[in-house]
Design a protein around this ligand. Sequence first.
Ligand SMILES: C[S@@+](CC[C@H](N)C(=O)[O-])C[C@H]1O[C@@H](n2cnc3c(N)ncnc32)[C@H](O)[C@@H]1O
Length: 227
Amino acid sequence: MSTAPILSSHVVIENLRRGRVVTDAEFDRLFDPWVRECSDAHWTPVAAALRAVEWLEPSPDTRVLDVGSGCGKLCLVGALSSPATFVGVERRVALVRAAEAVARAFAISRAEFIHSDFPLVSWSDFDAFYFFNPFAEYLYGASHPTIIDDNTSEQPWRFDRAIQIVESRLAALPIGTRVVCYNGYGGDMPKNFHVKQWQKINDCYLRLWVKEARPRPVRNTSVGRAE
Ligand SMILES: C[S@@+](CC[C@H](N)C(=O)[O-])C[C@H]1O[C@@H](n2cnc3c(N)ncnc32)[C@H](O)[C@@H]1O
């Protein structure tokens, strides 16, 4: 077990603003215990969030949408470590409030959170997208050990319908759009998205997909570097 001292919340935030890595234990202490307890299974690790932000190449004009933003870890890390605006759409109001509380407490103004169902947000307002298993829970029952809470009965979509909606939204995005997936969104990326970067972080693959005019070659697997 590590004996390193746990950093204070303000030091954690300052380190991220300066582009320094913090541990998940340090970051997760920004949240209440019930949010923290879901971290291993449901929230993007800080190391993956920092790498995702780097691959999204955010400028001050870039707006990134995290589809199913949970407690806002990707958006908060993104807004702290880059000049872009990160917006999360999340169906669980308690998680939206948890994310907003951290953004407010530390004046992280470029992290915004919308309490909504993901198709109700206009994707044309965004330049880049992030997914980490937003719909995996639709496949589990309420008794599954990793479920966030017991409101699975309120799931707005069946898994296959949610995937269809994402596929059609991705297909409509302009050439050049960057999409980062940690593990995935549950479906296949449309054929003209090419893998440009990938890295295994903890137990999942992080991949950068970029939309091009031509379809990817068949040999371009979903894991490997594209060309
Ligand atoms: C695995 S968590 C990922 C959270 C966050 N993106 C991250 O990487 O830390 C997936 C999240 O998607 C949310 N979600 C599921 N279906 C949704 C929907 N239809 N609209 C908005 N959010 C949804 C869940 O409530 C959950 O918080």
